[in-house]
Each structure stands twice: as structure tokens, then as C-alpha cells.
Design a protein around this ligand. Structure first.
Ligand code: ADE
Length: 227
């Protein structure tokens, strides 16, 4: 998979993209991630990418020119037409289902906003899937882009090493994950549930399924649908 990220702050991605599961997927060539600074496409000598909003009001608004020039330049260098994604608190909520859909794409192009927002003509013309990572406002789309990249990359074939592990994730089948334990068997008086030590795989699977169901009912009944 190819992932292009258009951002004013490419440097904030560097350590994240080189670390842990995403870093390994990059090193193994499962995904190629490239960040492009749309300030490099600014036209004036101050390298401006934003301006005051017409009609007045606080803050600055990202201008069309640098965003479109960066987008067109990046896409011209790619064979596949990417799924364009605009990170914005006004987008559809990112869920595991959306992540799984995006993981099927050969190429993604993420556009991170900053300042008060985008010129509306960017939104209109780029025809992107608009995605929000939650009902709160970030200072920019960069943390949201990292969330999306992480969630997508871990679903790419081979990215987790153990293919089974993504299947047991919370949300993978609509419920939260069951509780996990490792050594020691007892820690400060808290014992690992006996069934996990039993070696009886059917009983363990049934226990995990029931724990996942109970947890979901307690914490996220909305995931179980109307009862
Ligand atoms: N940019 C600012 N806030 C955001 C959010 N909640 N999701 C995605 N992009 C954003």
C-alpha cells in the first residue's frame, strides 16, 4: 500500500512512522508512507499557506492553491489513483469498519488541515472521504492522520506478525476484547482465572467469548445494538 500525507508538519510523523508495528511494516515494504509539506507549494516569498477569512472572524484559513498544487503533484507521481481522505472534525467517525475498508485500498492520500479550517472550495473540489477521529477538536489533522495510518497499517497482511491477532481485537467482530493475562500466575493477591490455566481450549474460548460479551454490555452497550 502507498500512503501519502499532505501536512504542514511532516516532521511530527517521523518517529511515529519508524516505530513499532507501523515502523516494521514500512521496513518490510508492506506500506510506503511519504509526507509532503504543502508549504513547499506556496507561491509568495513568505511561503504563505493561509489567510484571513473573507467576512471576518478569528483565525486563519488554509488557501486552495498550495493544497491543490501539492495534491496534484503527489498524485502525478503515483500509478494508482488514491482514495483521498480529508481529516476534519466534520467528517464521518472513524470506526473499525471504516479502517477495514481503507485497508483494502491500494493507495491513500491524507490531507491534514491546520488553523481554523480549510477554504470550503478545497472540501468541494477534492471530493475526499471526510473522516473525524472523534467529537473533539484537534489543533490540526496530524494526530488524526497518525491514528488512521496506525489503525489501517496493522490490518495489512503480515503487519502484525501473528495473523490471528487482529481478529481478536476489540471491535473486530463488533465487541470489545476479552481480558488477557500473562505471568506471574499471582500478582499482589490477584490470581489468573483458573480456566486460562486449564489447557482446555474449548472452555477457554467459551470463557473469552462470554467475557467479551459481558464487557461490551457493561461498557459499550451501543455496540450490541438495540436490545
Ligand atoms: N482535525 C481537527 N480535529 C479533528 C478530528 N477530531 N478528527 C479529524 N481531524 C481533525
Amino acid at each position: 500500500m502507498w500512503i501519502d500525507v499532505l501536512t504542514l508538519f511532516p516532521e511530527v510523523f517521523e518517529s511515529y512512522l519508524a516505530t513499532s508495528i507501523v515502523g516494521r511494516a514500512v521496513a518490510e515494504g508492506r506500506v510506503t508512507i511519504r509526507c509532503t509539506n504543502f508549504r513547499d507549494f506556496a507561491k509568495d516569498k513568505h511561503r504563505s499557506v493561509d489567510d484571513r477569512p473573507f467576512g471576518g472572524g478569528p483565525g486563519m484559513v488554509l488557501m486552495c492553491g498550495p493544497v491543490f498544487d501539492a495534491l496534484e503533484s503527489v498524485e502525478a507521481q503515483r500509478k494508482e489513483k488514491p482514495q483521498r481522505i480529508l481529516l476534519t472534525p466534520q467528517g464521518a467517525r472513524l470506526t473499525q469498519r471504516v479502517v477495514a475498508e481503507l485497508a483494502q485500498e491500494p493507495a491513500l492520500l491524507l490531507v491534514c488541515g491546520h488553523y481554523e479550517g480549510f477554504d470550503e472550495r478545497i472540501r468541494i473540489r477534492i471530493n475526499a472521504r471526510e473522516i473525524s477521529v472523534g467529537d473533539y477538536v484537534l489543533s490540526g489533522g496530524e494526530p488524526a492522520a497518525m491514528v488512521l495510518v496506525d489503525a489501517v497499517v496493522r490490518l495489512l497482511p503480515g503487519a502484525l506478525g501473528d495473523e490471528a491477532s487482529a481478529d481478536n481485537d476489540s471491535f473486530a467482530d463488533g465487541v470489545l476484547e476479552y481480558p488477557q493475562y500473562t505471568r506471574p500466575r499471582e500478582f499482589r493477591g490477584m490470581r489468573v482465572p483458573e480456566v486460562l490455566l486449564s489447557g482446555n481450549h474449548a472452555e477457554i474460548a467459551a470463557w473469552r467469548e462470554e467475557q467479551a460479551r459481558q464487557r461490551t454490555a457493561q461498557r459499550r452497550p451501543d455496540l450490541l445494538g438495540p436490545s
